[in-house]
Design a protein around this ligand. Structure first.
Ligand SMILES: N[C@@H](CCC(=O)N[C@@H](CS)C(=O)NCC(=O)O)C(=O)O
Length: 220
């Protein structure tokens, strides 16, 4: 039985919602999903999102009396129910937190120039000085984590919160197809092959054509 509600944006575009949804699905929390069309107006939510969420943004989780907004706060909440969402060992856990928090706080140029669109491919586009610098940093973070913990995911065999936070970046790379190292390409493929990612992509493909936004379908 559902214990609450998870409000998410339409799956095709809503990268932050993907993070919140993955965290919830990887925990034991059972919620009803409410999918809302995005406005895609850069910080200003659609009327449906503004009405549903205290921050005017998705994802937003209501569960057992708790109201949680911000994808990383949702991930932390989910980890209270499923502690293995963070590595158990202290040093690996510190590393995981550093890279997950860096993702939440940064990579703005990459996010602006290569927005998530699960239904399209824009190879070779979106490559600005800023987005390429962000991609170089992402690749460095991934390579270090994969080497330190043995892959195929950032913290090793388990799909943990750092993978949750970088999953939409993998989706962006599949759409925009920047030049990537062999190591990065293998990591992107491993994330894409996760059953939860496949479920999210299938949900995105089933969404109404009325939710398509020219801004994301016809990027400059
Ligand atoms: N820092 C927030 C960012 C949330 C965010 O920007 N959400 C976007 C969707 S991906 C949103 O709600 N946009 C409103 C809209 O486009 O209507 C988080 O981590 O959850």
């Amino acid at each position: 039985m559902a214990e609450g509600r998870l409000f998410i944006g339409n799956r095709r575009y809503s990268s932050w919602s993907l993070r919140g949804w993955l965290a919830v699905k990887l925990s034991s929390i059972k919620v009803t999903e409410v999918v809302l069309p995005l406005a895609g107006a850069g910080g200003k939510g659609s009327p449906a999102v503004l009405a549903a969420s205290p921050s005017g943004m998705v994802p937003y989780l209501e569960h057992g009396g708790a109201k949680i907004w911000e994808s990383l706060a949702i991930a932390e909440y989910c980890a209270e129910f499923q502690p293995r969402l963070w590595p158990i060992e202290r040093i690996a856990r510190a590393h995981a937190r550093s890279i997950a928090f860096e993702m939440h706080a940064g990579f703005r140029e990459l996010r602006i120039n290569m927005p998530m669109n699960l239904g399209r491919e824009f190879p070779g586009r979106g490559r600005t000085e800023g987005s390429l610098a962000d991609i170089a940093r992402v690749e460095h973070v991934w390579a270090e984590a994969l080497a330190a913990h043995g892959g195929p995911f950032l913290m090793g065999k388990e799909f943990t919160i750092p993978d949750v936070m970088f999953a939409p970046v993998c989706a962006r790379f599949l759409t925009w197809q920047p030049e990537l190292s062999t190591t990065s390409r293998a990591y992107v493929a491993a994330v894409r092959a996760h059953p939860l990612m496949e479920a999210w992509y299938q949900g995105a493909m089933a969404e109404s054509a009325e939710w398509l936004l020219p801004k994301y379908e016809n990027p400059a």
